[in-house]
Write a protein that binds this ligand. Structure first.
Ligand SMILES: NC(=O)c1ccc[n+]([C@@H]2O[C@H](COP(=O)([O-])OP(=O)(O)OC[C@H]3O[C@@H](n4cnc5c(N)ncnc54)[C@H](O)[C@@H]3O)[C@@H](O)[C@H]2O)c1
Length: 302
């Protein structure tokens, strides 16, 4: 049953048959001549609008670029009042696409722990663009302390960013999807640490927070499914970013150790998440919701 006017099926299906249905249609019409394969069309985000928290750097910036490469207008939210050098380089690079895609930084900085600030910032984007299609909650922090002595305020800090902050982004973007009746995609960045414990690291707050993100994605997916809003999580393994550099640059022996903990025998690169982000954000994953996609070099398989 349709609810509140949401489309029963994704836009791409509404317009033309795809896959085997396209081949059967061609046979029925007895059409001849060259056929344009359609697979990559399904990944197009042309004209769509996305929001990425933690988009100033690291995985968030890589994901923002991915959305823009697929054609989207992307808004990055992060703490600094002005974006960093890497962000500006990516922004300039996107300007050269000449596809209508763009990357904008929400000026003044947005703290994901502040629910009202996040809701207002994303509502403003909705006012401006009059649509909302994709939300990626990538802002996160990593902090460690011995579990039996973990200070309550430090534990709370990790929870505030990694759990409450992710919820605030999902809420803010979801509200705009509801407002514009979009069959949208919310992607919550969890971690393999939500499903396994990192050997020899006292990261109880981080690991707990990431488990919460997995369950948040499943819960929201069930609530929002009737509105055709999909919610999934991505669980990366060890990837070199500023977050992990805090460990890897001060304890270089960790490179080999972490690399040896997955069957591929190496750390991941941020760009190795491009495929899964493009897939989850696009109409190529329209039947996927409530799922966690592990991208860990197989770390979780051992
Ligand atoms: N790098 C990895 O190996 C790895 C593995 C699994 C999961 N992750 C997750 O991926 C996400 C991105 O991590 P990363 O490796 O790119 O780290 P990063 O530190 O490079 O980026 C995190 C970003 O979040 C922003 N941020 C932190 N607190 C914020 C707040 N209160 N409000 C707004 N923005 C805030 C930071 O300013 C930063 O730009 C995190 O959720 C992290 O837990 C990373």
């Amino acid at each position: 049953m349709l609810r509140r006017g949401f489309a029963a099926s994704p836009r791409i299906h509404a317009n033309k048959p795809i896959g085997v249905a396209a081949a059967l249609q061609a046979a029925k019409e007895n059409s001849t001549g060259p056929v344009q394969p359609q697979l990559y069309d399904g990944f197009s985000l042309a004209g769509r609008v996305g929001v990425v928290s933690g988009g100033n750097r690291g995985l968030g910036l890589e994901m923002a670029l991915t959305l823009a490469e697929a054609g989207a207008k992307v808004y990055a939210l992060d703490l600094p009042t002005t974006p960093g050098e890497e962000f500006r380089a990516v922004q300039k690079y996107i300007e050269r696409f000449d596809t209508g895609a763009k990357l904008e930084y929400v000026g003044g900085g947005v703290d994901v722990t502040d629910q009202k600030q996040v809701w207002d910032a994303v509502a403003e984007i909705g006012n401006k663009e009059q649509r909302m299609d994709i939300g990626i909650a990538a802002a996160g922090i990593l902090h460690g302390a011995p579990g039996l002595q973990y200070p309550a305020d430090e534990f709370q800090k990790v929870m505030s960013v990694n759990v409450n902050g992710v919820l605030h982004i999902a809420q803010a973007v979801g509200q705009q999807m509801e407002r514009f009746k979009t069959a949208g995609s919310l992607i919550l960045i969890a971690s393999m640490s939500g499903s396994i414990t990192n050997k020899d690291h006292a990261w109880v707050a981080y690991n707990t927070s990431k488990s919460a993100v997995l369950q948040m994605a499943r819960s929201l997916a069930c609530e929002l499914g009737p509105q055709a809003i999909r919610v999934n999580s991505i669980s990366p393994g060890h990837i070199y970013t500023s977050m992990t550099a805090a460990y890897l640059d001060t304890q270089p022996e960790l490179y080999q150790k972490w690399a040896g903990l997955n069957p591929l025998g190496r750390l991941g690169r941020p760009d190795e998440l491009r495929g899964v982000v493009a897939w989850l954000a696009s109409d190529m994953s329209t039947f996927c919701t409530g799922s966690d996609i592990l991208v860990s070099g197989g770390h979780h398989a051992w």
